[in-house]
Design a protein around this ligand. Structure first.
Ligand code: SF4
Length: 337
């Protein structure tokens, strides 16, 4: 699942940019324009601008009913990727491997409801690609054996609350089994990151949640400001919680949190390119999937057109195209230790 709470919607992507808002020209299209080689320009795009990473959104279904969810998934208990979608996904990612792609970040919806997710990640690993999964953690326990075999770079688990997990996820959750699965992965050297959305009714237990996760082996944490007016936590309160959490965590932990001071769109500096299955629709940002379409692409040639569409879109960005909260909803910051 996408691990941001984002009630915002894109607004001014197509408006003409003021010169001061324009993307710095020293980016991937310098290489594109200097070269007649399509692979070189796409490699500059994926390697430099996207840092070798692409978000892969599985079809939008989920087994939880978080009341703050912004992607409105269909509720299911299990699902399968069709053979055709699975094959086209692997073929495309393998092609993009030759254009600088190194890491596929699998999100959704909830990736682990797909019974054949293991087939996807096995094929990605065979294509020499790393992968990560963003998950609500509900089905993590049963995936542990094949995760240990396929060695993801990282699993990012939404653990908003240990005491009120049923309430947050809107269904009964075996949270102790999720914590045990996290511990098994961490013990095997697989990085586990925990995402905590600071909802008003869980904020008091955040220190306890992080301490418990630390004991389970988690060393990386993200605290997300719930930028949804229904679950508003004041920015000063949020920053105070983040500061207390930083002080409480041992020095070998990394805590990042919503950067409420980030008032410019990240896309002007770094790519958050996302592709949503089953239509292979591309979006400029993981927070606006389905709303900022760059078109569809299932081949490298079509992907080249996506990069051109993104370049056009970036030149129209003014301020914060998607946020009514005054800061970029996916920007994270980290306090000095
Ligand atoms: S980078 Fe931030 S501000 Fe820009 S579209 Fe994405 S979430 Fe919105």
């Amino acid at each position: 699942m996408a691990d941001q709470v984002n009630s915002s919607r894109p607004g001014s992507m197509s408006a003409p940019a003021r010169p001061s808002d324009r993307v710095d020209a020293g980016r991937w299209w310098d290489v594109a324009e200097a070269s007649s080689d399509a692979v070189a320009s796409e490699a500059a795009f994926v390697g430099r601008y996207c840092r070798g990473k692409i978000f892969l959104f599985v079809p939008n279904v989920c087994d939880a009913e978080c009341r703050f969810c912004y992607v409105s998934p269909a509720r299911v208990s299990t699902a399968r990727l069709s053979a055709g979608v699975l094959r086209r996904t692997v073929d495309l990612m393998a092609e993009l491997r030759h254009c600088g792609l190194r890491e596929v970040r699998i999100t959704g919806g909830e990736p682990f409801v797909f019974e054949n997710l293991v087939d996807l990640v096995t094929a990605l690993r065979t294509a020499d690609l790393d992968y990560t999964v963003l998950t609500n953690g509900i089905r993590l326990p049963r995936a542990v054996p094949w995760l240990l075999a396929t060695r993801p770079l990282k699993i990012t688990v939404s653990v908003h609350s240990l005491r009120r997990a049923d309430q947050v996820f809107g269904r009964p959750v075996m949270i102790e089994q999720t914590v045990a699965a996290i511990a098994a992965l961490a013990a095997a050297g697989i990085g586990v990151s925990a995402t905590v959305v600071c909802l008003p009714d869980v904020i008091a237990e955040i220190p306890e949640t992080l301490a418990r996760l630390y004991r389970a082996g988690v060393r990386e944490y993200k605290l997300i400001h719930a930028n949804d007016s229904r679950y508003r936590v004041g920015i000063e309160t949020f920053r105070a919680v983040a500061e207390r959490a930083r002080e409480a965590l041992p020095p070998d932990s990394r805590l990042r949190f919503s950067d409420t001071a980030e008032t410019s769109c990240l896309l002007t500096r770094q790519g958050e390119l996302s592709v949503a299955l089953p239509r292979f629709e591309w979006s400029s940002c993981c927070a606006t999937v389905g709303e900022t379409s760059l078109g569809t692409a299932t081949t490298r040639r079509e992907f080249g057109r996506v990069t051109l569409a993104l370049r056009e879109q970036l030149s129209g960005i003014i301020g914060l195209p998607c946020s009514n909260q005054g800061f970029c909803p996916i920007a994270l910051t980290e306090l000095e230790k």
